[in-house]
Design a protein around this ligand. Structure first.
Ligand code: NAD
Length: 304
């Protein structure tokens, strides 16, 4: 198989001023893409922005002989999302790859989370991914080609204490990605989602209580470990769509949403009561023989 190349491709990486996004941008640029480095340059909560983070990554790409341009818009507004895509079109004339990576964090026990912290995380992770993806999707659809990577989190899909706001936002990203994937497929736009775990300022913000039970054996935690999967998913070599991948502690693995065979009440039988559910609960909970439906309709079609 030939090496992955992004020659002739234009990529947008949001939140590319540091952490995972910076690693993704450097590697995608190193493999030949022209890259928009979006970052509002703030602290871990998303506040106190500036231009230096994005500028530094652009300078690093250019120093290595690559092509990149900075954008400082917040992903969290429709204008910001459009501004990011317009930066790509103005500078490079197209958009082939979008990595939705920008994110912020405000951890606290569930009952201590302020309404503002919920709003802020939903704004950056969910609305942000929506606002950037919508205009990028339009360009990709018109070109008949696109690769989009969404960044969700194991916290969102499996749960993680003191992260209710973050998990709500990351779970919603998964829902968004599923639909963009279904609508993108006929246009050659393939959409996948990652659940990364790697060293960054965001991970450093977690406290010991949140990691109780974590294995202590040595394992990879470099952002580049995540980037390898992102670059693959952003490439022509990738033919999968609407899939989820966990990249953690050096392991790359597909994650999926399945449905058990369950207990079925036929249309000509009486509607179930709570007591009927209690009587069949073991069968309802039994995962043996589960299926992995490819859409809502495919899930309903499993029922005889
Ligand atoms: P990070 O804080 O280093 O990177 C996030 C970047 O997003 C920052 O550079 C920040 O300035 C930028 N950003 C924040 N709000 C923005 C906005 N409104 N508009 C544009 N840019 C904005 O953290 P990271 O660990 O590199 O996180 C990258 C992504 O990976 C995030 O979506 C995060 O939720 C996700 N993630 C990370 C881990 C991990 O283990 N590091 C685990 C699960 C998910």
């Amino acid at each position: 198989m030939s090496e992955i190349s992004f020659a002739g491709r234009v990529a947008i990486v949001t939140g590319a001023g540091g952490g995972l996004g910076k690693a993704h941008a450097l590697e995608i640029a190193r493999r030949g893409a022209k890259v928009v480095i979006n970052d509002l340059g703030g602290d871990i909560s998303g506040a106190n922005g500036g231009t230096a983070m994005a500028d530094d990554v652009v300078a690093e790409i250019q120093a290595a002989g690559g092509d990149a341009v900075a954008n400082y818009d917040s992903v969290a507004t429709p204008e910001g999302g459009r501004g990011i895509v317009e930066t790509a079109l103005d500078a490079f004339g197209r958009v082939d790859i979008l990595v939705n990576n920008a994110g912020n964090i405000r951890n606290a026990p569930f009952t201590d989370l302020s309404p503002e912290s919920v709003e802020s995380l939903l704004a950056v992770h969910v609305k942000g991914a929506f606002h950037v993806t919508q205009p990028a999707f339009e360009v990709m659809r018109d070109n008949g080609y696109g690769r989009i990577v969404f960044t969700s989190s194991a916290a969102g899909l499996f749960g993680s204490i003191q992260q209710a706001n973050y998990a709500a936002a990351k779970g919603a990203v998964f829902g968004l990605a599923n639909v963009v994937a279904l609508e993108g497929k006929p246009h050659g736009i393939l959409v996948n989602t990652i659940l990364p775990a790697a060293n960054s300022r965001m991970q450093a913000d977690m406290n010991a209580e949140q990691f109780v039970g974590m294995p202590t054996t040595p394992a990879h935690g470099e952002p580049e470990m995540i980037t390898a999967m992102v670059a693959y998913l952003a490439s022509e070599q990738n033919t999968a769509t609407r899939e989820l991948y966990s990249i953690a502690r050096g392991r790359y693995a597909r994650v999926f949403m399945g449905v058990a065979p369950g207990w079925h009440v036929a249309h000509d039988e009486p509607v179930a009561t709570a007591d009927d559910v209690a009587a069949h609960i073991d069968r309802i909970r039994d995962l043996e023989g589960y299926a992995v439906p490819e859409s809502m309709v495919a899930e309903f079609a499993l029922v005889p």
